[in-house]
Design a protein around this ligand. Structure first.
Ligand SMILES: O=C(O)C(=O)C[C@H](O)C(=O)CO
Ligand SMILES: [Zn+2]
Length: 280
């Protein structure tokens, strides 16, 4: 498993482009008929990807669970949020079946032993993007369709950041231990996300960008507000933001991204906002 250790903001100032990408960028989330996994020591959040094509794939496929998690099964002490960003697919959680269309989400509780993934049609494979956080109690495994998400419009066309924040795994929608997840969609012509930028010292955050046209990219901004860097990202790539880092982006087209947070609290709005004119 790809393991990423914590980085402190003082050392980060001296990182080259290659080092920034090696520590924070998750370049390949989907491999056919396989599970990819990146274990971040920042709040112990784990990012998984699974694109089943010709067979049913288990969450622990190719993973030495005891070695990496010290438990008998992955969700023994963890919860997980799963989004489908591909064709229609089916997830089973301890025998119960959930059908996920494009942009639907399944929250799976701690204590679930067997999780499997399959596509309804291998020629249009489902793509399951997942983030897992440590958990301390069982909550309710719940399917949340895009229609169930709480919609928060924000930004404006004049500022090129007209977008809708879809809150799926969010304290106002669903009880979890520490995981929050949602999806932000930018309207055509809008390219900026999360500007004015913020940090939240109490939680880390992971962004997964998709619906970026093949010839386009997103410049993802990170670092402390007075010492920023960028990572040029393509579609279906993810990026880890430690709590000290801003997380904002500007694309060469509009796009969509899934955000996931975990840490000390779940208060979505307790951001430490930064003035745009204070960024360096
Ligand atoms: O577009 C945005 O703004 C976001 O989606 C912000 C994220 O939800 C976030 O950073 C929450 O802390
Ligand atoms: Zn944030």
């Amino acid at each position: 498993m790809d393991v990423r250790y914590s980085v402190n903001p003082r050392d980060f100032k001296r990182y080259t482009t290659e080092e920034v990408r090696r520590e924070f960028l998750i370049e390949k989330v989907f491999e056919p008929d396989a599970v990819t996994a990146v274990y971040s020591h920042v709040d112990r959040m784990v990012t998984f990807g699974c694109m089943p094509v010709s067979r049913t794939v288990a969450l622990d496929d190719g993973i030495d669970v005891w070695h990496n998690f010290g438990t008998k099964y992955i969700l023994e002490r963890r919860e997980i949020g799963i989004f489908n960003v591909g064709g229609p697919g089916v997830i089973t959680a301890d025998g119960a079946e959930y059908r996920l269309g494009y942009k639907d989400c399944l929250y799976v509780t701690m204590g679930t032993k067997d999780v499997t993934f399959r596509s309804e049609d291998g020629s249009k494979p489902a793509k399951f993007y997942m983030v897992s956080a440590p958990a301390h109690k069982a909550c309710k495994t719940t399917l949340l369709t895009i229609a169930d998400a709480r919609k928060v419009p924000c930004g404006s066309m004049e500022q090129a950041n007209d977008r809708v924040i879809n809150q799926f795994i969010h304290p106002d929608v669903l009880e979890t231990c520490q995981l929050s997840m949602g999806m932000t969609s930018l309207k055509p012509g809008s390219v900026w996300n999360t500007m004015p930028a913020h940090t939240h010292e109490r939680r880390m955050e992971i962004y997964f960008y998709f619906e970026i046209p093949d010839e386009d990219v997103v410049f993802h901004m990170m670092g402390q507000g007075d010492e920023t860097r960028h990572i040029v990202m393509k579609g279906e790539q993810a990026v880890i933001s430690p709590s000290w880092s801003i997380h904002a982006g500007c694309g060469t087209s509009n796009y969509t991204f899934i955000w996931a947070m975990g840490g000390e609290n779940k208060t979505f709005d307790d951001m430490d906002d930064l003035r745009k004119t204070d960024l360096k």
